[in-house]
Design a protein around this ligand. Sequence first.
Ligand SMILES: Cc1cc2nc3c(=O)[nH]c(=O)nc-3n(C[C@H](O)[C@H](O)[C@H](O)COP(=O)(O)OP(=O)(O)OC[C@H]3O[C@@H](n4cnc5c(N)ncnc54)[C@H](O)[C@@H]3O)c2cc1C
Ligand SMILES: *[C@@H]1O[C@H](CO)[C@@H](O)[C@H](O)[C@H]1NC(C)=O
Length: 342
Amino acid sequence: MAREFKQETMKYDIVVLGAGVIGLSTAINIQTCLPNRHVVIIADKFTTETTSNGAAGIFRPTLEKTPAKSLEQFRKWCTDSFDWYHHLNTDHDPSKTGVLRLSGYQFTDGKIKPPFHHNIGYHFRDLTERELKSFPGDQKCGWMMSTLMVECRRYLPWLTDLFLSRGGRIENRTVSSIEEFAGKCSLLVTCCGLNAVKLLNDQEMFPVRGHLIRVKAPWVKHLYVWNSGNNYIYAGQDDVVLGGTRHEGAYDTSHNEQWFNDILTKCEKILPGIKNAEVVSKWTGLRPHRTFVRLEPEIMSFRGKKLQVVHNYGHGANGVALSWGCGKEAAQIVKDLTISKL
Ligand SMILES: Cc1cc2nc3c(=O)[nH]c(=O)nc-3n(C[C@H](O)[C@H](O)[C@H](O)COP(=O)(O)OP(=O)(O)OC[C@H]3O[C@@H](n4cnc5c(N)ncnc54)[C@H](O)[C@@H]3O)c2cc1C
Ligand SMILES: *[C@@H]1O[C@H](CO)[C@@H](O)[C@H](O)[C@H]1NC(C)=O
């Protein structure tokens, strides 16, 4: 039996700070691990306002762009997430969950080692000469792959409904200091993305700015990745995502036409028909990068008051792809800490 939190002195039981894909996934996994506990999500940005919403959402995780402390841990995040997304694509309605199966091509400059995810997705093999010649430009090497894509525009509302249907609560406000939770909750989980720089004074965090264009091009049915994975075309349900850029350390998200033109020019070289596609939206976002993803417990202390914290942030270029696996691990840590206190 779970111990009820002391209603009189404690304002909250378990608080998850953040409603991006990491916060929602973590909160739902905590509900699964600890069904008798009260979980509240506190955030100041929801669904369309979050970084998660803008992401391309492809499952193509690479250890270089989202380092974990061990290969085993990274593999577990990847496989747990992929299994979950497979389930949402197969046993649920993808028009609601936003999870699609997508196949296509990645071009490389030379023969290189296959990426980390090659034996996690559905399918992965070298491209044949004949296939390479079927594309414009001089494509030398590459792979054919089948993976999953998670459209957060659908997935975040779907997760939110799941969280609320299990009795979760949501508060819409800005937290100016986590000190407010000391003595006021049994446990705090930080899923605050890049804002950990300010909120937790985490100097290991840094932004990697990216730009994306969404166009109407229903004739595109595949994925295309090239330029060391930095440029891509992904066919979604409503539109096609064109990317991207990687600007390390850049915080400025004001509109800059130069970067969007750059993306269009590069994508037109792979799929010339893109030239005539209607542009639906242009988006600039900041990937929450960190030396290592921070997924660990910490006991913080504020003026003698202890605060039990579990951190889950800093997922860089792969937050959507890894969110379920990381949420699951964070929930397990929460459960272990909660049970050991009884
Ligand atoms: C151009 C681009 C393309 C991308 N493509 C992909 C991709 O193809 N695949 C992939 O896996 N990933 C991709 N990503 C990365 C992905 O977007 C991120 O890793 C992921 O969204 C991080 O999720 P998060 O929940 O940590 O952060 P966010 O979505 O930023 O959510 C943070 C939450 O914390 C809350 N918060 C923070 N501070 C406070 C506070 N003080 N008070 C109250 N609330 C607070 C916010 O309100 C928000 O709800 C891409 C990113 C960019 C920029
Ligand atoms: C959260 O509150 C802000 C203003 O305080 C408001 O603009 C926004 O629409 C609210 N978001 C949600 C999801 O209710």
